[in-house]
Design a protein around this ligand. Structure first.
Ligand code: IMP
Ligand code: MG
Length: 179
């Protein structure tokens, strides 16, 4: 596939994405009871499809919220400070929070969100991600539920964007030659 002069190869088909979500949901359904109150917190924009597809596979009492963050300066020498663009409006006390991401890279976004949500005293807090670029981690943060560990490569589709485009592709594609 070609986009904006850049070549992509298919990385995960719709079926493969669906299988990864099935696996994630099986593990989550094993860990929580039918009556447990789960609050899924999706990280906008990228995680909206994972949220929609994961939600429908869960058996507990599930509510949803979305957050949006902004990372300032991702250059080598910058600290990559994360701030909140949109916060949740639900009280997390008495709920099991699961933060839902489509991909973890440096870990900065999740570390920030994890610490912030944890300080609001949920019953428990965990992290679920479809994809995990574990080798790119800059800060220490580990997901409890990982669909697939991936190498350091640029991915688009299924919510993942290239300059706000390509989120609508039903499959995930990988950039062939970084440029
Ligand atoms: P982190 O704070 O560095 O872990 O950034 C995670 C966020 O960066 C993800 O939620 C994505 O929005 C974005 N991201 C990381 N890797 C990719 C990629 O390969 N394609 C598109 N977006 C990505
Ligand atoms: Mg994201």
């Amino acid at each position: 596939m070609q986009f904006d002069d850049r070549q992509f190869r298919k990385f995960l088909s719709e079926q493969e994405i669906s299988d990864l979500l099935d696996d994630l949901a099986v593990k989550i359904n094993e860990d929580y009871g039918i009556n447990d109150k789960i609050l899924l917190v999706g990280v906008l924009k990228g995680a909206f499809l994972v949220m929609a597809d994961l939600l429908r596979r869960l058996h507990s009492d599930v509510d949803i919220e979305f957050v949006r963050t902004l990372t300032h300066g991702k250059t080598i020498n910058s600290p990559g400070t994360v701030t909140m663009l949109k916060d949740i409006a639900t009280d997390v006390r008495g709920r099991h929070v699961i933060i839902v991401e489509e991909i973890i890279d440096s870990g900065r976004t999740l570390k920030f969100l994890y610490d912030r949500l944890k300080s609001a005293n949920p019953l428990s807090i965990k992290i679920a991600t479809l994809l995990d670029k574990q080798s790119k981690r800059v800060v220490k943060v580990e997901a409890d539920y990982v669909g697939k560990v991936v190498d350091d490569q640029f991915l688009i589709g299924y919510g993942l964007d290239l300059e706000e485009k390509c989120r609508n592709l039903p499959e995930i594609h990988a950039l062939k030659y970084p440029n």
